[in-house]
Design a protein around this ligand. Sequence first.
Ligand code: COS
Length: 382
Amino acid sequence: MIYLKEEHELIRQTVREFALKEVEPGELERDEKEEFPVDLIAKMRELGLLGIPFPEEYGGAGLDNLSYVIAVEELARISGSLALTLAAHVSLGTSPIYEFGTEEQRRKYVPRLASGEMLGSFGLTEPNAGSDAQGTQTAAVRDGDSWVINGQKIYVTNGGYAGSIIFTAVTQHEPRQISAFIVDAGTPGLVLGKKEVKLGCRSSDTRVLHFEDCRIPAENLVGGPSELGKGFKFFMKTLDGGRISIGAMALGIAQGAIDKAVPFVKERKQFGKPVGAFQGVSHRIADMETEVQAARHMIYHSAWLKDQHRPLEHHSAMAKLFASEVAMRATFSAIQVLGACGYMKEYHVERYMRDAKLCEIGEGTSEIQRLVISRQLLGRLD
Ligand code: COS
């Protein structure tokens, strides 16, 4: 592929090897027990995977977004949960601090996040603010040298294991103003809520976070006083990048479905020949491969656009939309060509299908991606 250099192949090999040797063996059990893999995160830290796209002076690996996307893809080929954990940490928990934080905020948080000393997290969604992300009700009130936060964030990926959480809150009602803040884990008044039980990505951590008169220093306003009221835009721009990584996760899951389906249909014999010899099966495999390759081009192109600091918004929305729908079709097909085996947990593909569903919902549903894409073409008609 035109974008790929030696460094990209190297990161692919490193993560592939790690995923096959270290991640796959325990994945069924972790999925079953909903076990967050603290030990695997520690190994990813040793491999330098937790800060791939951040400069070395901020604790990162100093590589590009394409390298990061390939790492997410390769993890997702084996574990959607681990890919999601990485994507939430890098794209949502760390990137907005690096991109929109003051130099002090960058220096304080990014090296610890990018080096993997701690995980990062991001709080946007609330009980009454999902697709309508401007519906935020969490409030921040200035009191002396602090902001006092009240409200709650839900479906917070990595919430229970994060050292810092970047989140949005309303700082003024008329005219309405949403700002972004950082809260450190362990701050009094930040109360960890229940761990969610999910359809897929079951060994990733998803939490409710309550803010109960949670007092954070004034300097934790992201970007400093001049950026008061810019939180919604910061978060929208963050999601433009984050959606590439969810697309990469979908791509990896879809590739994983092919990886499982191809050897199976070559080996499994019925009516005296491999089931792959039947056109109903071989054409499904051909469609899976075609769609996965198309998705890969879209995801890598979006990562390249991000690396070039070019406009991204509808490209990343299209890439995520397409890749996540491809992942659903590919995992459905994998189950179908494996037949009864596909329905059994030990063959992994039913887990792949459950994990893939997240990609059509997280970081904006497919409906929201279509809204973003169509607004780019049509403008706002409502
Ligand atoms: N980059 C920069 N600015 C953006 C932006 C982007 N990607 N998207 C919107 N904005 C700006 C707009 O330009 C507008 O600015 P002005 O007020 O200066 O004109 C402002 O933000 C409000 O934008 P808009 O009116 O389009 O906001 P909407 O309320 O219509 O919401 C959607 C837009 C629906 C696209 C947004 O709420 C969204 O993405 N929702 C899904 C949220 C999501 O993905 N949640 C999952 C979280 S995963 S933890």
